[in-house]
Design a binder for this molecule. Structure first.
Ligand SMILES: *[C@@H]1O[C@H](CO)[C@@H](O)[C@H](O)[C@H]1NC(C)=O
Length: 347
């Protein structure tokens, strides 16, 4: 009797212990869902201030770390798909609507009013992603007359200069995805070679390009050849020495071949195949440290703790975009059906 009781106690202890372990594992905490918007734009200013943008003219903002979101439909743009957003604080943000016409809007009063800072009705014009670095904002779009669309603002989005860089030629069927606003990254390294604006393409051809130096062009060892294939997202490590690129085939989102590649940026570009790739098509990747990365896509969320060589899937929930607080440690995910989640990592 007594020994049974001991075993019972041990079992209780084990189960309490394992529950604690399970709870202390990487946890995805859903903050919002059910709203009729597909979220692809996310900009996390701090642990408290989160902005998101999506289809149906929707923009959401939280000032309390995601506990509550304030939703707005941008007046006059109720049908637009805002695929990317860059936020500076709780008042100032810039949103990008993809096509017909391509538009960039800005608010300086927290989203009460939005004004147009860029518009282009050129046929075939399709904006894909923005990237902000201090007062400089860059935007890329699908090719017009065979050349990548590129525009830049040096005054927080007030005025824009188009194709200042003379347009980089893309191949037939090569374009950018507008899946998470993260296929454009500025590398601030002091090494001249790596200093640049990296862009990754997809479609019939998938390449790594440097908007500031047309000689920097590298075919990517990722899936390509179809409209649904190629690179979707690039992240540059905090050290500036590495980058990581994800993508795959969004039409076969559990396929694990050709969906991720590591990049050594110095002394010259070198690609490194992950030994255990992420668990399917991935549309967004970020570095938390030089070693820890998070990626997400419609078939799940993965983490790597060794610079992207081995990935562990921590969820099979669908998300389009993952972002870390620019000024803080909080990590958020967003996706279809108005879903927003917080990722709590407990190593
Ligand atoms: C990881 O992926 C496998 C295979 O797709 C799946 O069976 C498993 O449930 C996933 N694990 C998590 C934590 O989602």
């Amino acid at each position: 009797m007594q020994s049974y009781f001991k075993i019972f106690l041990v079992l209780i202890a084990i189960s309490v212990y394992s529950t604690t372990i399970a709870q202390s594992n990487h946890a995805i905490q859903i903050l919002e869902q059910g709203r009729k918007t597909s979220i692809r734009g996310m900009s996390v200013v701090s642990n408290q201030i989160i902005w998101v943008s999506g289809s149906g003219g929707a923009v959401g903002k939280s000032l309390d770390g995601g506990k509550s979101f304030q939703w707005m439909t941008v007046r006059g743009y109720e049908k637009r798909d805002f695929r990317d957003i860059e936020a500076y604080n709780q008042k100032t943000a810039i949103i990008m609507a993809i096509a017909e016409p391509a538009l960039i809007l800005k608010t300086v009063d927290g989203g009460e009013n939005w004004y147009k800072v860029f518009e282009d009705s050129t046929k075939g014009m399709f904006l894909d992603a923005m990237n902000a670095e201090a007062k400089t904002i860059q935007v890329i779009g699908d090719p017009i007359n065979g050349k990548a669309f590129f525009a830049m603002s040096n005054d927080l989005g007030e005025t824009w200069e188009t194709n200042k860089l003379d347009g980089i030629a893309l191949n037939d069927g090569e374009a950018f995805f507008a899946s998470s606003g993260t296929n454009l990254q500025i590398s601030q390294s002091s090494h001249t070679f790596k200093k640049g604006t990296f862009m990754v393409t997809g479609g019939k051809v998938s390449r790594l390009l440097n908007a500031r130096d047309q000689r920097d062009q590298y075919p990517l060892p990722l899936l390509q050849g179809k409209e649904s294939t190629g690179a979707n997202s690039i992240a540059v490590s905090p050290s500036g020495k590495q980058a990581f690129i994800v993508g795959g085939d969004f039409a076969k989102d559990t396929m694990r071949t050709g969906n991720a590649i590591g990049v050594n940026l110095e002394p010259s570009i070198q690609f490194i195949q992950p030994k255990t790739p992420p668990f399917g098509y991935r549309s967004s990747v970020i570095y938390l440290t030089n070693k820890i990365l998070v990626a997400c896509g419609t078939s799940g969320v993965d983490i790597s703790i060794d610079g992207g060589m081995h990935w562990e899937n921590i969820s099979s929930q669908s998300f389009h975009v993952v972002q870390k607080a620019k000024n803080g440690k909080a990590i958020f995910l967003a996706g279809g059906g108005g879903k927003i989640a917080k990722l709590n990592l407990n190593p």
